[in-house]
Design a protein around this ligand. Structure first.
Ligand SMILES: Cc1ccn(O)c(=O)c1
Ligand SMILES: [Zn+2]
Length: 261
């Protein structure tokens, strides 16, 4: 049992449509962002990230990425403003990355990918009772996407990379309290926004995407730490290094990409 999908040749993004036909839907993610084609929308205000009282709980390897889970039992940490009609509660964040020296982001900008992409997943607890309900609703989730560019060491990312050895195998998890993802934000919160989907199965078309224009900078050494993770469990014989866990861009179809400069 468990997930039958992955990022390999047989079970990767090009095969996901067999079990998840919405993969060929009208609002799939990620997309290639073409800045010149993004429409400036005067109704789009700034986004506000109220993470000061956030409560991280654990860090885990779910066989597809490394995920930091938060206590989302109240509105202590939310994203609001921008394209959002109400606050969305922070539930988890995770990363997508490539192989050594290769691109690994999900969104691309004018056809160019970044080394990695951080996704902060929030859900609409005003309209929906549970995350699961929100995850299937057209305005249920808001995911903040942040590009990671290779360069100097990131001052705070080591807080995460230092504990990755504890969640090397699929299904492993450990306590991870007191981490505030505010330290992973770039200085400028200008963004693109569009209506899309989860980028992993079940690929629900329930995400209001907010992708920041300014990447954060992390070192190749820090990126390399993510590659000690394995897709496979400790008991499985073939060792499968966790890398290239990204879905390529999907057709924009009838959607408009908007921006707030
Ligand atoms: C909810 C969810 C699940 C997977 N990914 O990649 C996302 O970006 C968001
Ligand atoms: Zn993601």
């Amino acid at each position: 049992t468990g997930d039958h999908w992955g990022y390999g040749k047989e079970d990767g993004p090009s095969a996901w449509h067999r079990h998840y036909p919405v993969a060929k839907g009208s609002r799939q993610s990620p997309i290639d962002i073409i800045p010149d084609e993004a429409r400036r929308d005067s109704s789009l205000g700034p986004i506000f990230l109220k993470y000061d009282r956030c409560t991280s709980l654990s860090i885990a390897n779910n066989g597809h990425s490394v995920v930091v889970e938060f206590d989302d039992s109240d509105d202590r940490s939310v994203i609001q403003g921008g394209p959002l009609d109400n606050p969305y509660r922070l539930k988890q964040f995770h990363f997508h990355w490539g192989g050594k020296g290769c691109e690994g982001s999900e969104h691309t900008v004018a056809g160019v990918g970044y080394a990695s992409e951080l996704h902060l997943v929030h859900w609409n607890a005003v309209k929906y009772t549970t995350y699961e309900d929100a995850a299937t609703a057209p305005d249920g989730l808001a995911v903040l996407g942040i590009f990671l560019e290779q360069g100097d060491d990131h001052r705070w990312l080591h807080t995460i990379t230092d504990v990755l050895y504890m969640v090397k195998f699929k299904g492993s998890a450990t306590n991870f309290k007191g981490f505030n993802p505010k330290c992973l934000l770039p200085s400028n919160l200008h963004y693109w926004t569009y209506l899309g989907s989860l980028t992993t199965p079940p690929l629900h078309e329930s995400v209001i995407w907010i992708v920041l224009k300014e990447p954060i900078v992390v070192s190749e050494k820090q990126l390399g730490m993510f590659r000690i993770l394995q897709f496979s469990g400790e008991e499985e014989d073939q060792r499968m290094r966790m890398e290239n866990n990204f879905r390529p861009p999907q057709p924009l179809k009838e959607r408009i990409l908007k921006k707030r400069c």
